[in-house]
Design a protein around this ligand. Structure first.
Ligand SMILES: [Zn+2]
Ligand SMILES: [Zn+2]
Length: 467
């Protein structure tokens, strides 16, 4: 509790804004203009990529109107992010002049909160919830680490695993109930469908209106698929032979008679479990190999052996293992009880979540947590259980952005490394040059924490700035 008492704004430090906010230049307006120019360049680069990818994802040649809208959106988003950056010195310097000193709230949190209000009103309303979700995700992680630093909470792999299991169960429950049909572009439901398979009767009813409870066997394909012979092996090699053999086996599994009448999947239970496991294991390995080629291209080309390291199957084992446990437990429960129930989702997902135990990733768990909160709120609103709170998304964005700024400026050890790199790029390194010596007065050992994060992220601190 002693550490929490430092949060009271009573402790004041007398440093001027030149000594803390912009030690590279005396003039406050020039410091803001310098930040503005630098942030505009970086924001434009970031949003060019974002908008280009969103154009590609439409999978059609863009019309002139599409390009016009995209360019307008690009400029609007760029200006939003630029404002979020140059607004900080404006408010920090103004608050210093107004109060005559800095306190623990006005060195980071308050100016960032006020800046975020000015910035978020510029961004398109449809993009605001996505931004709020992102900063809430990073911000929760920072807040948790702040509590950890104060010995108020303790992280454990088991807790992360249970949180993941509970939140994913809720999302899968919504999918099973058919609520996903109200959210056409929700990637989390697409991921659930991919991992868990056809578990929603609503989904199946949409795809196969008359065949939800019958086994579909494609007889035209039945005679065409045969086991690959030695000729095929010589002609196409081992891998092609393996794939052909797998497809043959899968086809055989489809026709097995073991299928509960109450199972929502279309073929035998063995096929349902095997298909998901192999498909997801393969997808996981492919993702990891692709990531290696993208982020460690030079190392991978130098020693291609690294592709076959233990690391490569990490995601594959998690996805494959998760799918295997989920599908097997679900089919067993349906078989034992003789009926299908949405409640079976909970034990199946919770048991499957144990595969996360070896590599719990806090950012994925927090993403699932915030996604389940957001969708619960939206579903409840659509059912009339509660009304939406005006400007709640905007408040969430401002609060968590302010928390992240406080973390970067006062307690950098608690910040997610990717967010630090983002702030470094946006400010052109100014966030590292801001003088932390006066901030040490609050008792957080800020200068040491800054050096730690600079080493961890291998950030290069610029010698000086023109403005
Ligand atoms: Zn100033
Ligand atoms: Zn089944």
């Amino acid at each position: 509790m002693q550490a929490l008492s430092k949060f009271t704004p009573n402790v004041a430090i007398s440093a001027t804004c030149t000594e803390y906010v912009h030690p590279w230049i005396n003039s406050c307006p020039k410091a803001s203009i310098g930040m503005c120019l630098c942030a505009f360049k970086d924001s434009f680069r970031i949003y060019c990529t974002v908008y280009f990818i969103s154009l590609l994802m439409r999978r059609r040649i863009p019309t002139l109107n599409d390009l016009k809208h995209t360019f307008q959106g690009l400029l609007r988003s760029t200006w939003f992010l630029t404002t979020a950056a140059y607004g900080f010195p404006v408010f920090a310097c103004s608050l210093r002049r107004l109060l005559g000193h800095f306190n623990v709230l006005t060195v980071g949190f308050l100016p960032a909160f006020l800046t975020s209000i000015c910035a978020i009103v510029i961004e398109r309303p449809t993009r605001r919830s996505l931004l709020a979700l992102y900063v809430a995700n990073c911000g929760t992680e920072a807040a948790w680490r702040m509590l950890e630093e104060r010995n108020l909470v303790k992280s454990s792999k088991n807790r992360l695993m249970v949180l993941f299991g509970v939140c994913l169960s809720i999302l899968t429950f919504y999918y099973k109930k058919g609520f996903h049909l109200n959210f056409e572009k929700e990637p989390v439901f697409d991921a659930i469908k991919f991992i868990m398979g056809d578990i929603s009767v609503y989904e199946n009813a949409r795809t196969f209106p008359n065949q939800t409870s019958s086994i579909i066997v494609d007889t035209s394909q039945k005679n065409r698929k045969t086991l690959p012979g030695p000729k095929f092996f010589v002609q196409y090699g081992f891998l092609a032979c393996l794939i052909k053999y797998y497809i043959y086996m899968l086809d055989k599994m489809k026709q097995l008679p073991i299928r509960n009448k109450c199972c929502p999947h279309n073929y035998s239970c063995v096929h349902y479990c095997m298909d998901g496991t192999v498909k997801l294991f393969g997808t996981g390995v492919l993702i990891q190999v692709a990531l290696k080629f993208v982020f460690q291209l030079r190392r991978t080309l130098k020693s291609p052996k690294t592709i076959f390291s233990k690391d490569t199957i990490k995601i594959g084992l998690f996805l494959g293992g998760f799918s295997a446990i989920f599908r097997t437990v679900s089919c067993l429960l349906r078989s034992l009880s003789g009926k299908d129930s949405e409640l079976y989702i909970f034990p199946a997902v919770l048991l499957a979540s144990t595969t996360l135990k070896n590599h719990p990733d806090a950012s994925i768990v927090l993403y699932i947590m915030w996604k389940s909160l957001q969708l619960t709120f939206q579903i409840g609103k659509s059912k009339g259980y509660w009304k939406s709170i005006p400007l709640f998304t905007e408040f969430l964005y401002c609060f968590f952005t302010a928390l992240l700024f406080h973390s970067a400026l006062v307690e950098p050890r608690t910040l997610r490394l990717s967010y630090w790199r983002f702030l470094m790029g946006l400010s052109g390194g100014r966030v590292a040059v801001m003088n932390r010596k006066p901030i040490d007065g609050f008792g957080y050992d800020t200068s040491t924490q800054l050096n730690e994060i600079l080493v961890k992220t291998r950030s290069k601190v610029p010698d000086g700035f023109f403005w």
